[in-house]
Ligand binder design. Sequence first.
Ligand code: ZN
Length: 132
Amino acid sequence: MNTDLKHSWGKWPDKLHELPDQVKSIAKIREIENFTIEREQGYMDVVSSSDNKSTYRTTLENCECRDFLITKKKEAPCKHMYKLAYECGFRNFDVERYDIYKLVEKKCKALNSKQLKELAVILDKKFGKEIQ
Ligand SMILES: [Zn+2]
């Protein structure tokens, strides 16, 4: 394993990945289809799913997409960065947990952000021990 890349990914605190918005980004990694990865160099080029024309360059610390630059204000990884981290083997994402979260979210549009956070705590208690 490339230790420089591991160090890059390590700059994101583990707790960050448990926040509801981040859980959503992680759930979306399986929707990313059009990409090429350079594992040794630690970057990924991904075609935008919104317009199918733009290409984003993603590293473990940065991404050129709107979500990372504007929505997340570079303070948390976007789905592309999670995808890259996953493909590089830096993180074992608990797919079942994210599927359940997604399902509940879809069915409970009425939940406010506080309730979503409470839900995340419940899911942590149920699945937390199984997460690597
Ligand atoms: Zn991105």
